[in-house]
Ligand binder design. Structure first.
Ligand code: MN
Length: 252
């Protein structure tokens, strides 16, 4: 285990891209970012995860509805099947290793799909409400509230029962995958947080963008990255069993 964190990113035909705030938020929690582009061979996901202490799934394109057995909605945005395949392979490799996972925005969506759940492909047409979920110009503003489930990892991380969050997404979790539990909900019922229902595997997922709010040292969102770092440190400690046997020296 290590402080190195694999961060999923997107790419077009020539360039990798990712908001720098993800990397800065990890660094702010004492972690080291390592960017992983969509892979031409997703079966190498395990090789990557053998070298890191955690996985951060980030925001980006819409998930291909083929992945959850739905026809494409007319308002479906850009998809990236190579990224879908890469992130699903990374999640499977993380599950095999019980590696801590933090999943943000698209991350909560791909996590839900990995667990057999479905997505709203376009909230305004499929789940219209008075809550503004898509305010990309307000990335650093808290535009709607969420209620946090007591006893969840999210509640433990933030120390909050409710909080105001930023919001820029047009997709969201619809049917929750088996093995996940809901940890945050907006006033209109849109699911804003889930976690894996397994005490041995730390997976925390949110629909909003804590990385854009974590630059404020007083921020609740900073605590999400701190909780991720604490879990990685805990897992590292558990994996390093103290040995009473004398270690052979290099010179002997
Ligand atoms: Mn929202």
């Amino acid at each position: 285990m290590s402080k190195l964190i694999a961060i999923s990113a997107t790419a077009d035909s020539s360039k990798i891209s990712l908001s720098l705030n993800y990397a800065r938020s990890l660094e702010g929690a004492g972690l080291v970012p390592m960017i992983v582009p969509p892979l031409t061979d997703p079966t190498r996901a395990g090789d990557i995860l053998d070298s890191v202490g955690g996985l951060l799934l980030t925001g980006g394109e819409d998930v291909d509805p083929k992945r959850f057995g739905a026809p494409p909605h007319p308002k479906l945005g850009r998809i990236n099947p190579q990224r879908d395949a890469t992130e699903l392979a990374l999640l499977e490799a993380a599950r095999d290793r019980r590696l801590p996972v933090l999943a943000i925005c698209r991350g909560i969506q791909i996590l839900n799909v990995a667990f057999g759940g479905t997505l709203y492909q376009d909230l305004p047409s499929e789940h219209p409400s008075a809550v503004g979920h898509n305010s990309p110009r307000d990335a650093a503003s808290r535009t709607h509230d969420v209620t946090i489930t007591a006893g969840s990892r999210l509640a433990a991380a933030t120390g909050a029962a409710a909080m105001a969050v930023n919001s820029y997404h047009h997709q969201a979790v619809c049917h929750v995958g088996a093995g996940l539990r809901v940890t945050a909900v907006a006033a209109d019922g849109v699911i804003e947080g889930v976690e894996v229902d397994d005490p041995a595997w730390w997976v925390l997922a949110v629909q909003w963008h804590p990385e854009d709010l974590a630059t404020d040292v007083r921020s609740w969102d900073r605590r999400i990255f701190k909780a991720f770092a604490d879990e990685i440190a805990r897992a590292e400690k558990a994996a390093t069993r103290p040995s009473s046997a004398p270690r052979p020296g290099l010179a002997s």
